[in-house]
Design a binder for this molecule. Structure first.
Ligand SMILES: Nc1ncnc2c1ncn2[C@@H]1O[C@H](COP(=O)(O)OP(=O)(O)OP(=O)(O)O)[C@@H](O)[C@H]1O
Ligand SMILES: [Mg+2]
Ligand SMILES: [Zn+2]
Length: 379
């Protein structure tokens, strides 16, 4: 495979059947039912964060609705002429409009004109309007007219990452679905599947890390996996990821958490200085701190979580949880709360990592609830 092809893994793995879509069962089931009962509406709004399947499901719905041999489950056959045309992206009866670059009244007027014509081959001509929140007020008004009386042979699927910027008048004429962020464990499974089918060797811990970095977006996860495969065509380990994405080392994260719990401000400052020298992105640093602190918090409560971590992570990584989960829960909770507060302040301005530093230091002002032995791997 050519080098740059890895970057478009997300195109190669775009689901072609409803059963391949993950993490959005609440939407997939309703759509499949509507197809089965022939109750597919004329206007939909798909909203939610980036890379969660909005465009994917819009195209799937368009294809499945028009498929000539749709399965009882509502799945497209992926073999008929319609399916092939729709899958290739060349179907005359599938129009995709990017509202970010076609946001004016003239663009929508053109659409209104075009909508009058019947489809060439499909039952309904499908218009996917991406980033619909970008339309101007006038364009929305024009679109509204079309949505008020959509011709029987047309169907509109609007997608947006910012639902609150879509006027209520449009919303009330459409069936609305909110896409969920995809959970880390689901992303993990999916990445494992992709890596396997690409015959790519990557350890489970790296996959866990990518799933975390993807922050709910399947596309980001697949793009990052592609970047890793480009950088290291044979196999990848944790160091590759750390270098490629400018991540803090997990040891540094544990060092910070440990020194905060132990009330050792000098160690906190030394570690932060090193992290700054390494040019680490403060937002990723903060997310990793919150993430690890939360894992510690849950493992302090639930032995099953500790077991899970031991299974998912390398021994050196899970050693931190094994040695720290017996600390006073109040201390761990306080640490988590402070870190979360700092994270929510954001990372703008001249001193993006200062809130984090202050949060860690503030803890070291307080009396620890109990002293404890330093584990060997941190000595
Ligand atoms: N729910 C999902 N199940 C399986 N794969 C997914 C899912 N969501 C996204 N993907 C993967 O990510 C890629 C991009 O997804 P898609 O284009 O549907 O995202 P989107 O929600 O439209 O994002 P954006 O808001 O950025 O337009 C898909 O090609 C697919 O590989
Ligand atoms: Mg999209
Ligand atoms: Zn078909």
């Amino acid at each position: 495979m050519q080098k740059s092809e890895h970057l478009v893994l997300y195109r190669k793995y775009r689901p072609q059947r409803f059963s391949d879509v993950v993490g959005q069962d609440h939407i997939v089931n309703v759509l499949k039912n509507a197809l089965r009962l022939e109750r597919v509406s004329h206007a939909y709004i798909f909203s939610g964060t980036r890379g969660t399947g909005k465009t994917t499901l819009a195209r799937l719905l368009a294809k499945a609705f028009n498929c000539e041999k749709r399965g009882v489950e509502g799945e497209p056959c992926n073999a008929c002429d319609i399916c092939r045309e729709f899958s290739s992206g060349k179907a005359f009866d599938l129009v995709e409009i990017d509202a970010a670059s076609n946001r004016g009244i003239d663009d929508i007027r053109e659409l209104k004109e075009a909508v009058r014509f019947t489809p060439m081959r499909a039952r309904r001509k499908v218009y996917i309007i991406d980033e619909v929140h970008m339309l101007t007020k006038e364009a929305f008004n024009a679109l509204l007219k079309t949505l008020e009386e959509p011709p029987a042979h047309a169907m509109f699927i609007m997608a947006t990452t910012e639902l609150d910027r879509v006027p209520d008048t449009i919303l009330s004429r459409s069936q609305s679905f909110e896409f969920r962020r995809i959970s880390e464990s689901v992303i993990r499974e999916e990445l494992l599947r992709v890596a396997k089918s690409e015959k790519y060797k990557i350890d489970a811990e790296c996959i866990t890390m990518l799933a975390f970095l993807a922050d709910g977006s399947m596309r980001d996860a697949e793009t990052m996996l592609g970047q890793v495969m480009d950088a290291c065509p044979d196999s990848a380990d944790k160091d590759v990821l750390t270098n490629l994405f400018g991540l803090p080392k997990i040891g540094q994260i544990h060092e910070l958490l440990d020194s905060a719990l132990r009330r050792e401000p000098v160690r906190i400052l030394d570690t932060l200085t090193q992290i700054r020298k390494d040019g680490i992105d403060p937002k990723i640093l903060s997310r990793m701190l919150v993430h690890e602190a939360r894992e510690l918090f849950v493992s302090a409560y639930n032995p099953k979580d500790l077991e899970r971590l031991q299974k998912e992570l390398s021994e050196s990584h899970s050693a931190f949880f094994v040695s720290h989960h017996t600390l006073p829960r109040k201390d761990i909770e306080q640490l988590l709360v402070k870190l979360l507060e700092a994270h929510n302040i954001g990372f703008r301005g001249t001193f993006p990592d200062l809130p984090l530093e202050l949060a860690l230091l503030a803890l070291s002002e307080q009396e620890p609830q109990k002293t404890f032995e330093k584990p060997a791997f941190l000595k």
